[in-house]
Design a protein around this ligand. Structure first.
Ligand SMILES: C=CC1=C(C)c2cc3[nH]c(cc4nc(cc5[nH]c(cc1n2)c(C)c5CCC(=O)O)C(CCC(=O)O)=C4C)c(C)c3C=C
Ligand SMILES: [Fe+2]
Ligand SMILES: [Fe+2]
Length: 359
């Protein structure tokens, strides 16, 4: 049998709507042994590394997978918690919170679950479970505010690949991005304002995003543009002038040029230009993870302080903050339009939006 049937399906079963929240994925443990398969899966994705297959096979298997797992495992062990990887624990909490909101609004009609693009819980297995529960309509929400082929595009590939093996496909809605959504920008701005209230302002707000190779931008990836738009809207909301904030790109991997300015080089150079206190936020990360906790919270702090900086503060990601869950639930609700019998609350919110009362 070439195509899989939906396990557990029975006639008369009530149709459900599924909301699948996804993020990148993380190793199962902060060890060399666990890092190897994780990095192999991640870095074998042609959406992530756009290099001719044969050449990349030798570089990946001959060099990277021999050295990187040990180095990455050491970094992961500094951020690991009792609940495991921060990215996994936070994504789980976000999905549970969205699930509670859906339950309150739609009862048992809407099922929320989460999956990881690489590693576990795997996208295919989670879709399988949802279909078995009667899901016939599926909203996929990748937790990447800015679209990139290497992240959002790759998530779509994983969904599409899973669907190629199935006989009875559910209807599909896929969230592309939410980088300029007003309530998302407001949530970021409120997080910065709360930080200012507790600690005061700094000389500059650094908005650091995960980088991608510059080649991807030149070939049409909108990610760079979407990062800058998020920054501009956030700065406008905070009333910051051009010299009070800066957009930078972190986490460079490999030798080719990535999006610039690089976060690490910028932070090393700022004290010499008279910028002695900074606050760093990462508006491209919906959850704190290795790249924010260790790379921004620790490594880049050292660069800045060693270069003569005096004050360095990292402003956490939106994680499972209530205001963030409100944003994500709003995106979900927008994508459920026409699929759900509008609840009273949903109707009221829709009416309020239409009348501009939510501004
Ligand atoms: C060619 C390599 C990479 C591209 C392109 C890339 C894009 C990209 N990644 C994220 C978000 C995350 N990346 C994370 C870790 C991570 N990223 C790469 C490489 C590329 N990313 C590597 C090799 C790693 C593993 C860590 C390491 O060995 O240093 C993470 C953290 C995961 C965690 O478990 O905490 C996130 C999140 C985005 C948003 C992006 C492009 C827009
Ligand atoms: Fe990455
Ligand atoms: Fe990193």
């Amino acid at each position: 049998m070439k195509y899989k049937s939906n396990k557990g399906f029975s006639h008369g079963q009530a149709d459900k709507i599924g909301v699948l929240v996804t993020n990148l994925g993380t190793p199962q443990a902060p060890t060399k042994q666990a890092l190897r398969p994780y990095l192999k899966e991640f870095l074998s994705d042609p959406r992530v590394v756009e290099v001719p297959k044969a050449i990349w096979w030798f570089v990946l298997n001959g060099i990277i997978l021999n050295f990187r797992p040990k180095r990455s495992a050491e970094a992961y062990s500094t951020v690991w918690t009792e609940e495991g990887s921060p990215l996994l624990a936070i994504t789980k909490a976000q999905a549970a919170a969205i699930g509670q909101r859906c339950k309150a609004e739609y009862g048992d009609d809407v099922i929320v679950d989460f999956a990881m693009r690489y590693g576990n819980p795997a996208i295919g297995k989670t879709i399988e479970d949802m279909l078995a529960k009667g899901v016939r309509k599926l909203v996929v929400l990748p937790l990447y505010p800015q679209y990139s082929a290497s992240t959002t595009g790759s998530t779509f590939d994983a969904i599409a690949k899973d669907f190629t093996s199935r006989r009875w496909l559910p209807e599909l809605r896929f969230v592309n991005h939410y980088h300029d959504r007003d309530n998302f920008i407001t949530a970021l701005a409120n997080k910065v304002k709360a930080h200012w209230e507790a600690h005061g302002k700094a000389d500059k707000l650094i908005l650091s995003y995960h980088g991608i190779p510059k080649r991807y931008l030149m070939n049409g990836d909108p990610y760079h543009c979407e990062c800058h738009k998020t920054s501009r809207l956030l700065a406008e909301k905070l009333g910051l002038s051009h010299d009070e904030y800066m957009t930078t790109f972190q986490s460079r991997f490999g030798r080719e040029e990535w999006l610039t300015p690089y976060t690490d080089e910028t932070l090393k150079s700022l004290p010499g230009k008279g910028v002695k206190s900074i606050q760093v936020m990462c508006p491209g990360f919906s959850a704190d993870c290795l790249e924010t906790i260790e790379e921004i919270g620790e490594e880049n702090r050292e660069y800045f302080m060693e270069a003569g900086g005096e004050r360095y503060e990292y402003i956490a990601a939106l994680n499972s903050d209530k205001e963030h869950i409100d944003v994500l639930f709003d995106i979900v609700q927008e994508n459920l339009h026409g699929w759900t019998v509008e609840s009273d609350n949903g109707l009221r919110a829709g009416l309020a939006r239409a009348l501009g009362a939510e501004k």
